[in-house]
Design a protein around this ligand. Structure first.
Ligand SMILES: Nc1ncnc2c1ncn2[C@@H]1O[C@H](COP(=O)(O)OP(=O)(O)OP(=O)(O)O)[C@@H](O)[C@H]1O
Ligand SMILES: [Mg+2]
Length: 347
């Protein structure tokens, strides 16, 4: 289906029917087959991104999610002009990324958790200097920005140590500093917290929130850590096998996939005192602890009944973990793709 998306002055990124294919040369086993393959190679096509329509406004933080191999990094590379699309179009701040205009490059930054912008053998300080020249920052701009970033990221101790000797967490924070030095309007973050311990992940999330509050860049973030997504993303775009399967608020996703809440209650005398209506289901019991799946509209009623007994030691109400909800979305998407394939084969 062709969806026409019109960009406005509020729009930061628009993609229309964006697709990217890769052709992979297949390897053959055995000497004879390798010999044949050398003269008549066999190729396989991988559809990494398929007809992707996206519209992202300036200042939004988007969680860009998908399982391994879904096409996230390929999309970010196309949006930052490192890869040319096989079909479709992209506008980033009105630019075609693949033209790599100077003004465009000054407006974006791509941070990849698994790749680095810092020079391995130099201390971060020296990479910062190089970037300052590349982006033509004045002494004053450089000093103000570097002071601010060093302070926010707490990297004062790392600046003069060779990058190769920094810990992963120190290096990642220096990566962010160098990527933000030119104050890009758009920040592509590809798994910025990968491999970091929980405290460091939290530090980076807090930094990103703080940075966004101050400078309002548009952020497109991929992460397999749902805590990152829950803390940062105002909207999520989920892709699977290169195609979009969800675009909306996290709340909408949760409501659609898991209309129930999880209610956990500890009852002093260990006897459950309320009548359970349809829409409330006991899923776990251990001594005085009871856990239920409860339809959203019944949560208030059940909680009120429980409190009225005066026997409640503790009561918590939560959504299902985001990992589970997203996992369920991927499974549903794969199942419907399989169903389509079967019905096509049956035609
Ligand atoms: N340079 C390339 N040559 C051939 N195939 C590629 C290339 N880059 C990506 N692919 C393929 O395209 C698909 C999408 O890859 P991509 O790296 O975009 O996924 P991803 O969503 O970023 O996954 P992950 O969560 O593991 O990082 C995969 O099947 C991958 O093997
Ligand atoms: Mg990736």
């Amino acid at each position: 289906m062709l969806v026409m998306i019109n960009s406005t002055s509020e729009t930061a990124i628009v993609t229309r029917q964006l697709s990217r294919r890769f052709s992979i040369r297949l390897k053959s086993e055995g000497l004879a087959a390798s010999f044949r393959n050398f003269f008549s190679p066999v190729y396989k096509t991988v559809n990494a991104v398929v007809d992707l329509d996206m519209c992202i406004n300036r200042g939004e933080i988007i969680g860009f999610l998908g399982p391994n191999g879904a096409g996230k990094t390929t999309t970010l590379k196309m949006l930052s002009g490192l890869l040319v699309p096989s079909a479709g179009s992209i506008e980033v701040l009105g630019f075609n990324p693949f033209n790599r205009d100077h003004e465009f490059l000054k407006s974006i930054s791509l941070v990849m958790g698994q790749k680095q912008n810092l020079w391995w053998d130099l201390p971060p300080q020296e990479t910062f200097e190089i970037h300052r020249r590349i982006y033509g920052l004045s002494d004053e701009q450089y000093r103000t920005r570097i002071d601010e970033l060093v302070d926010m990221l707490e990297i004062g101790d790392c600046l003069e140590t060779q990058t190769r000797k920094l810990s992963l967490g120190q290096r990642m924070r220096c990566e962010l500093a160098v990527s933000l030095l030119h104050q890009p309007a758009i920040l592509f973050l590809d798994e910025p917290t990968i491999g970091l311990d929980i405290l460091m992940q939290k530090k980076i999330r807090t930094f990103l929130l703080d940075y966004h509050r101050r400078f309002k860049p548009t952020i497109l973030l991929t992460s397999h850590y749902m805590d990152d997504v829950a803390a940062l993303a105002q909207r999520v775009i989920v892709i699977n096998n290169g195609g979009k399967i969800f675009d909306g608020r996290l709340r909408e996703l949760t409501d659609r996939m898991r209309p129930e809440k999880i209610m956990t209650v500890i009852i002093n005398n260990g006897e459950f005192p309320c009548q359970l209506r349809e829409g409330c289901r006991l899923i776990h019991r251990e001594g005085q602890l009871f856990r239920f799946l409860v339809n959203r509209e019944l949560v208030g009623e059940l909680a009120a009944c429980l409190y009225s007994t005066g026997q409640i030691a503790d009561l918590t109400i939560e959504d299902a973990p985001l990992e589970e909800i997203i996992g369920q979305l991927f499974t549903a998407a794969n199942a419907s793709a399989a169903a389509i394939t079967v019905s096509q084969t049956n035609v």
